[in-house]
Ligand binder design. Structure first.
Ligand code: HEM
Length: 428
């Protein structure tokens, strides 16, 4: 593999043991059924019992308090992000064989690339997420939202909302952002589905093979697509990156351009599907707050921040220590995997008043940690929030009577990080 040592997906390392002096939790795992169903009461208890502890089931040191999470995020030299895309559990040999294809060689470029390379590459990716580009996407998001609502209105009720709206919209938006042609949307959506299970869940070997085959097919597509943008550039993110490479190949290599495109569609896809669903899960049952948004759309922006805090589509992230260090009074040796528990930090009572209340008027809702902090702060945060705002604008205008079907089972896919319903029945 080219540029070894910076592979996009590395196999997980040895299972860590508890640091001396660190409290040990022998039975909790973020994959427990009760935690997947509702992590928040358990996350509150974990934070109160021990702000930092070693989770034996996971083999990670778990960091629960906001101030400690912030310290980790803002000290990248000690807390590296190199493990964030790695599978939590070992890759089955059959799946590893698929990814051993000689032409499967994406490199770590953004969330999992250490400095100084990360900073070198981010100059160009950040430029690509300019205000101007987001403004050019806005009419597309509005048009597609209304088209998808038209289709919902023309069909039967109740409707499965993810299939009808929350899955297609973010995928298509990030594909237009990157510059993928609309004719490839269905193919691309299929390849990008289920990726969260590969790195953050515990898929069976058969599932791993299926996902690995899609990853390989998608990587090959990204390589051909990048080549097409080199030959025939357009007004899109991919063409901008290729142009940056051609102008100065040392600034961003060609393989790095291909790898950014490969990583972006996943980053920009399922987390936003979950965000849109989590907006409905939190707002629709609290009818008074939904009605306020219908009456006054200027409240929507803060409501989205409150959804991101209260029911985030990402409730954890990872790091690994590069040196012996001390966090919150606990000594942690080099090489220790760290699990940053957003579910605890986003509901911390000395940071957010009455943290378990959902309140669209909360003044400091935007102080949530769901998009990270520091040098790796989510590049797509503005795009994700813009999409959610435009979707709520459209839904409150067109479907003020929207409601969740009562007593439906709500479940999230079993993984340690991403949270959102797998099915959501709505009527109006
Ligand atoms: C609700 C939706 C989203 C959430 C909750 C979310 C959350 C996050 C988090 C927690 C990080 C890691 C921060 C860190 O390590 O310090 C991150 C990084 C990143 N996100 Fe997002 N994200 C979302 C949507 C998006 C979208 C729509 C895109 C792009 C289209 C995107 C692109 C990225 C990229 C490229 C990075 C890596 C940045 C870097 O390492 O410099 N994200 N995101």
């Amino acid at each position: 593999m080219a540029e070894r040592g910076n592979d996009y997906h590395e196999a997980p390392g040895e299972v860590a043991t508890a640091p001396a002096g660190c409290p040990i939790n022998h039975d909790w795992s973020p994959l427990d059924d009760d935690y997947l169903a509702d992590p928040y009461p358990i996350a509150d208890r974990l934070r109160d019992e021990a702000p930092i502890f070693f989770a034996e089931e996971l083999g990670y040191v778990v960091v629960n308090r906001m101030e400690d999470v912030l310290e980790v995020f803002t000290n990248p030299d000690v807390y590296a992000s190199t493990n964030v895309q790695n599978p939590v559990f070992p890759i089955a040999p059959e799946a590893a064989a698929v990814l051993a294809a000689p032409d499967f060689d994406p490199v770590a470029v953004m969330s999992n690339r250490p400095e100084p390379d990360h900073g070198r590459i981010r100059v160009h990716t950040r430029a690509g997420f300019s205000r101007r580009r987001l403004r050019t996407l806005e009419p597309y998001i509005v048009r597609r939202s209304h088209e998808l609502i038209d289709e919902m209105l023309a069909g039967p009720q109740p409707r499965e909302f993810i299939d009808a709206f929350a899955f297609p919209l973010p995928g298509e938006t990030v594909f237009r952002f990157i510059g993928f042609p609309e004719s490839d949307d269905e193919l691309l959506k299929n390849w990008c589905a289920d990726r969260k299970s590969f790195s953050w869940g515990r898929p069976t070997p058969e599932e791993q093979v299926e996902i690995a085959e899609k990853m390989l097919a998608y990587w090959r597509y990204c390589r051909d697509f990048t080549a097409s943008k080199r030959d025939d550039p357009g007004d899109d993110f991919a063409s901008e990156l290729v142009a940056a490479h051609l102008e100065n190949p040392d600034d961003i290599t060609y393989r790095e351009v291909e790898s950014v495109i490969y990583g972006l569609s996943f980053a920009g896809h399922e987390a936003v599907t979950n965000l849109i669903c989590n907006c409905l899960l939190t707002l629709l049952p609290r009818r008074d707050q939904w009605d306020q948004l219908c009456a006054d759309p200027s409240l929507i922006a803060n409501a989205v921040d409150e959804v991101v805090r209260f029911e985030s589509s990402q409730i954890s992230w990872r790091r690994i220590t590069t040196a012996d260090t001390t966090l919150g009074g606990i000594d942690i040796p080099a090489g220790t995997p760290i699990f940053l528990n957003f579910a605890s930090a986003n509901r911390q009572p000395d940071v957010f008043d009455n943290p378990n209340d959902f309140d669209i008027h909360r003044a400091n809702a935007a102080h949530n940690i769901s998009f990270g902090k520091g040098i790796h702060f989510c590049l797509g945060a503005n795009l994700a929030k813009l999409e959610a705002r435009l979707v709520l604008d459209a839904l409150t205008e067109r479907l003020p009577t929207l409601r969740l079907v009562e007593d439906q089972p709500i479940w999230s896919s079993p993984n340690i990080t991403f949270r959102g319903p797998e099915q959501l029945l709505v009527e109006w």
